[in-house]
Ligand binder design. Structure first.
Ligand SMILES: [Zn+2]
Length: 728
């Protein structure tokens, strides 16, 4: 690594790594290290390219190929597969089509049509779709191009006197091009500037970001860092210190007070913004966010909105700022102000849509804010899943930094509303949305699975995760719950977006320890869920206890109490505490309690367990009445699931095999012995097949899904068919 030192960006280029790579991998490498520093570019933002001489797969001749980050993906995590490849000569030949159009220029029909032409230039059958920014790279007459969204450069680009500032900071080595919606025409404009001004190393793109170039890839990387560093140094020299954002108007609440407030507020807020479709929340509280929300200028600046189009597609054109005094006003006042603020926001959004729409514009989208700012408290972001919600929080946090810098060196300005609309409702964006697969059954839902550390609970957690749920894995064994959550997160990925405070920085699954027989423990668990995701939708309780009786078939009074505490009272406490969150959200939910076919079959030797499960069956019916119409409550009644069950430890399996005179070998592993016992039990059922964890998980999912949306207060037996357990 060289000894280049920067204060405002991290220098990460390592020749020993880069020199091992082919030119396309070097581009991937450069992109990863650029995307790794949030001060260089935001998640999913910016793109990079290299022009590489390669052998044509048909003719074997050397041809010039443009490798450019394609549509979707993120620089930090990009692999080679994220880059599109285009024959340069074919790319240039497209200009004849563009020039032949009668009406051309920014936002004309031909501009959008050009996007459909790029696939015709594809080199070597690369399936990655080219992005809208492809011409920005193709027309720049240099071998390597970096287009970034650095906070410092956007700060210049979003300032009132951006052209003068560009000159002042870069002294002629970087030019300026006014805001123009990205596309073919912007590529032509920038290519012309670069050709006609060979002294230029890059351009500040008005209201947008930075683009720069070089004929060597490492030089291009270093130039990107140098230009960002230069701007950051200039901005730091002008920093307003305590006078930033007009100084503090309010004070931040102490952390414990803030958390208490958020726990009470988030479910209510989630319900209010989720009237059209459910949102998942992220709480983001940093010193910088607090400085902004507590400031005198927050109201004015929030109204101007985010500037970089890349930011506002997630944050919406502006956030909802609530002017609430955390020092003198209470929660009721905050709720009243939020209610009024949301109504005004939606009306404002509808007015913006009406004023800016074109005859062919897509229908108005959800008018609720995705970013809510509360003095003393911080920033709350909403998205269709945790990843989106985190990236939304990240983008507004970046916008705050842009405003801080811009207000230090000039005056911050937003994109004109019509331009913002033409990005937000761009037909190409709409086409992208339409191409997305339909949402999964449990998308936008937060599902708590109690007992997720093993057996049916773990299988259920895996089943609902497969349907797009955010899964809260809860178990009395917190470490086991954590393991299930980690395995789900590894399987489905953290997603994008670097934001979230404390547990709110989580991914699609979290693991929590909880003793469901203890009300405080249940409250503490639910509080964490609310801070992590903003609320809850569904709860599935699979936790249960079977205390093996003595040889005489007896349990002690203490064991009796434990059996009822876990199997009956635990389910009740969870329902009773979750009810407060469901009622605050005013969104429909479901609760599934796992009972047992033993509830209906009287027999010798398990009186405490069987009686507790009969009580649990009736608890289902009582809760179904109590929680209606908001929450459906159903019971799942499994029979002997032996597979992977903690209720069937090795010695219990062996004693059962002995009891039923089933042949086995002591050397066999536990799961093989369990299978033997399961097959024996299967013969006692009508369907003659072993009952698996997957069978139970499927039923728990069905009761949670909309597929059984008219079913409540019922017990669903998944027992292979035991006629003695038929309910009458
Ligand atoms: Zn951009």
């Amino acid at each position: 690594m060289t000894n280049k030192t920067y204060k405002h960006v991290t220098y990460s280029w390592d020749d020993t790594v880069a020199d091992q790579l082919d030119p396309v991998e070097r581009l991937r490498y450069r992109s990863n290290i650029l995307g790794d520093d949030q001060r260089i570019t935001n998640t999913g933002g910016g793109n990079t390219s290299s022009k590489v001489m390669m052998s044509d797969p048909l003719t074997g001749e050397k041809v010039d190929v443009l490798w450019v980050k394609g549509s979707g993906g993120d620089l930090r995590t990009s692999t080679r597969a994220n880059f599109a490849s285009l024959y340069m000569d074919k790319f240039f030949s497209l200009q004849a089509i563009y020039d032949a159009a009668e009406v051309k220029g920014v936002k004309t029909e031909i501009e959008d049509r050009m996007v459909g032409m790029y696939p015709h230039c594809t080199f070597n059958l690369n399936p990655r779709a080219s992005s809208i920014d492809t011409p920005l790279h193709g027309f720049i007459p240099y071998r390597h191009v970096d287009h970034m969204h650095p906070i410092s450069a956007i700060a210049i680009a979003a300032s009132k006197d951006q052209e003068r500032l560009t000159q002042e900071v870069y002294g002629g080595e970087v030019g300026w091009v006014g805001w123009q919606r990205p596309g073919y025409d912007l590529g032509l404009v920038m290519g012309k500037m670069a050709r006609e001004n060979p002294q230029l190393k890059g351009l500040i793109m008005g209201q947008h970001g930075l683009i720069n170039w070089a004929d060597d890839d490492k030089a291009c990387y270093e130039l990107t860092l140098e230009l960002i560093e230069k701007t950051a140094v200039y901005i730091t020299a002008h920093d307003k210190g305590a006078a930033t954002f007009g100084g503090a108007k309010y004070q931040a609440l102490p952390e414990a007070e803030r958390e208490t407030l958020l726990v009470a507020l988030l479910p209510k807020l989630r319900g209010k913004v989720s009237q059209q479709s459910r949102f998942i929340g992220t709480v983001h509280v940093t010193d910088s966010v607090l400085e902004f929300v507590n400031s005198h200028d927050a109201a004015r600046l929030a109204e101007i909105g985010t500037s970089c189009p890349d930011h506002f597609l997630r944050t919406k054109i502006k956030p909802l700022y609530v002017d609430w005094n955390p020092q003198s006003e209470d929660m009721a006042a905050l709720l009243a102000k939020l209610e009024a603020g949301l109504a005004a926001y939606r009306a404002d959004y509808a007015a913006y849509y009406e004023a800016c729409k074109h005859p062919d514009s897509p229908a108005m989208r959800d008018p609720n804010p995705t970013v809510i700012l509360i003095p003393g408290v911080g920033l709350i972001a909403w998205g269709k899943n945790k990843s989106e919600s985190r990236v939304t929080a990240e983008f507004y946090a970046l916008a705050i930094e842009v405003m801080r810098a811009s207000e230090a060196i000039s005056q911050y300005q937003g994109l004109p509303r019509q331009e913002a609309f033409d990005i937000e409702y761009w037909l190409l964006e709409e086409a992208k949305l339409k191409r997305m697969p339909p949402e999964q059954e449990l998308a936008r839902n937060v599902v708590i699975v109690v007992g997720a550390g093993s057996g049916i609970g773990r299988a259920t957690a895996e089943r609902v995760a497969k349907e797009g749920a955010h899964v809260v894995c809860v178990d009395v064994n917190g470490a086991a719950a954590g393991e299930t959550a980690v395995s789900l997160t590894n399987k489905y990925g953290m997603g994008i977006g670097v934001a979230g405070t404390g547990i709110s920085a989580c991914g699609p699954a979290i693991g929590l320890g909880c003793d469901i027989t203890n009300r405080e423990s249940v409250q503490a668990m639910l509080n964490q869920v609310v801070l992590a995701y903003g609320g809850i939708d569904n709860i599935i309780v699979t936790a249960g206890v079977f205390v093996p009786p003595s040889k005489e078939g007896k349990v002690t009074d203490g064991q009796w109490d434990l059996t009822f505490a876990v199997n009956v009272k635990g389910g009740y406490i969870i329902a009773d505490e979750a009810r407060k969150i469901w009622e605050a959200q005013k969104l429909s939910g479901t609760l599934v309690l796992t009972t047992s076919v033993n509830a209906a079959v009287a027999k010798k030797g398990s009186v405490a367990y069987d009686t507790s499960k009969a009580a649990a069956n009736h608890l289902v019916r009582e809760l179904a009445i109590e929680l209606a119409p908001l929450v459906r409550v159903n019971g799942l009644a499994p029979a002997t699931v032996v597979e992977g069950s903690s209720m069937f430890p090795r010695d219990r399996v062996i004693s059962s095999l002995v009891k039923y005179e089933i042949a086995f070998d002591e050397g066999e592993d536990t799961e093989a012995l369990r299978e033997k016992l399961a097959n024996f039990y299967a013969q006692r059922t009508l369907t003659k097949a072993p009952i698996t964890l997957a069978d139970q998980a499927e039923a728990a999912f069905l009761l949670t899904s909309r597929k059984l949306s008219k079913t409540t207060g019922q017990i669903l037996s998944v027992d292979g068919g035991l006629h003695e357990a038929f309910l009458r």
